[in-house]
Every structure is written in structure tokens, then in C-alpha cells.
Design a protein around this ligand. Structure first.
Ligand SMILES: [Zn+2]
Length: 256
């Protein structure tokens, strides 16, 4: 049973900040720091005390608010080991196999290089909640700024191994744009059509499309569907490796 409270904070043009609060211990963390003011405001609104910043990667719209938030709250900063040179001043650098905790909740660190070389995701296994930063988006995935397609495919495969009911918290609301592309890759996918109808409805009301269950992404997100016979036929890649199919789809999206 999950008794975490997750507060989703729209930041900048399309980022989401997240505060995660454990009522039992009173501890609160923020996943990344896209906008220091927005996050400090949200803390004040809830009357929560910030214990720590958990960074997923070094991009400015994820770690840019670290210093201001640390100064305002005295919180600790946890940052990916693989990006210690890019995220200065963290208290702890963490990577695969490490775990952090929020009160009594243990959180698993998964390294997912590809978007950046040291990107990490935070998984609350018991609560079936994963904060995936810019690795996985609904109907999309992060652009490959610092990693190869093979690396990213391996990273996404680690996330795909989580239980289907895991709620995926992405760092951006890119879903509607992603849906336009996804629909060109696998238009015959009825699960995708259902999800697109849901997305149009949610965005029409100004509501977020995030979080999304991993099972829905596995059924609809072209970047997780390199095995799909329909996609392979469309791309004329029937006998290619999964990572080669993924690489082609990533390239097509970059050119879309
Ligand atoms: Zn990024």
C-alpha cells in the first residue's frame, strides 16, 4: 500500500517537478529542480520541509534550481555518480545498485544512460512508482545527446522489466506531440488509438497525461515496441535486432 503523497508541479513551458512526501516520517524530497521558485512555493503551500533533492541528470531544467533550493532549505543533494563533474556540490553521488530512502521507503537507483551519460531513475518498488526523468516519456523517449541507441535500448529495457502497473512519472508533458509521431509508426495499434483519444480528452481539459502505467506504455509507445511485427514490417526491418529497430525509430522521430 502506498501512502506516499506525490505533488506534480508544472514548471517552465512543459516540465514537471515532483515533490514526494512521506506522511509517516514527515520527510519530503524533490525529483529534480526545474524551477526553484515553483518548488519552494509548493513546499510552502503544503507546509512541508524539504529533506533532499534527487537529481536524474545534469540538464539545466533538471538541476538548475539545486543551489537556490539548497540555500533556502538546507536540504541534501543526491546526484548521479556518472555526472559528478556536471552537477557540482552534491552531498552524495549515487548509481546502479545504490539505494536511497524516503522515511521507511527504500528507493532503487537504476542507471539509464542514453539521454545523458549518467542519467538515473528512482524506483519505489513497493509502491510501484518510478521517476524516469528524461529517459522515458509517454509515447516517447529522451533524445540521445550523450549516448548510443544501443545504450538507450538497454536502459529502456531495464525500465520495461518493472511491473506493468508501475506508474511512470516523466519530467515533461510531451505526450500530445509524441502521439502524432507514434500514430505514423503503428496506426493499426488499437491500444494506441485508445490512448490518443484519452490524451486528447485530458489535454482538452488542461489535465496532465502523466503519470501513466508502464503497461500502457509497453502497449503503445513505439520506442518500447521494437518487437512489434507491424512496426518491423512497416520499417522493412523484419530480421533486425531490437536495438536497430529502436535506433531507426529514434532517427525517424528526430527527423519528424
Ligand atoms: Zn534532459
Amino acid at each position: 500500500m502506498s501512502n506516499l503523497i506525490i505533488k506534480q508541479i508544472p514548471c517552465l513551458s512543459d516540465n514537471y517537478g515532483y515533490l514526494v512526501h512521506d506522511p509517516q516520517s514527515g520527510a519530503t524530497i524533490t525529483i529534480d529542480t526545474p524551477d526553484a521558485n515553483a518548488i519552494l512555493e509548493a513546499l510552502k503551500e503544503e507546509n512541508w520541509q524539504l529533506s533532499a533533492i534527487w537529481n536524474t541528470h545534469h540538464h539545466w531544467d533538471h538541476a538548475g534550481g539545486n543551489a537556490a533550493i539548497k540555500e533556502a532549505t538546507g536540504c541534501l543533494i543526491f546526484a548521479p555518480k556518472g555526472e559528478a563533474d556536471m552537477i557540482k556540490g552534491a552531498d552524495h553521488y549515487i548509481g546502479e545498485g545504490d539505494s536511497v530512502s524516503l522515511g521507511a521507503h527504500a528507493v532503487q537507483i537504476i542507471e539509464t544512460p542514453g539521454h545523458t551519460r549518467g542519467h538515473i531513475c528512482y524506483v519505489f518498488n513497493e509502491e510501484r512508482v518510478a521517476f524516469v526523468g528524461d529517459t522515458l516519456f509517454s509515447l516517447g523517449c529522451g533524445r540521445l545527446f550523450e549516448g548510443s541507441p544501443e545504450q538507450m535500448w538497454t536502459s529502456l529495457s531495464k525500465l520495461m522489466a518493472l511491473p506493468d502497473e508501475t506508474r511512470i512519472y516523466c519530467a515533461h508533458e510531451y505526450t500530445k506531440d509524441n502521439a502524432r509521431f507514434a500514430n505514423t509508426i503503428e496506426p493499426e495499434n488499437t491500444d494506441l488509438q485508445d490512448r490518443i483519444a484519452q490524451i486528447d480528452n485530458l489535454r482538452g481539459k488542461g489535465a496532465p497525461t502523466i503519470p501513466v502505467p508502464l503497461g500502457v506504455e509497453k502497449a503503445t509507445n513505439p520506442f518500447l515496441r521494437a518487437q512489434s511485427p507491424a512496426i518491423r514490417t512497416r520499417l522493412k526491418m523484419e530480421n533486425a535486432s531490437d536495438s536497430a529497430v529502436f535506433a531507426r525509430i529514434r532517427q525517424m522521430k528526430d527527423d519528424f
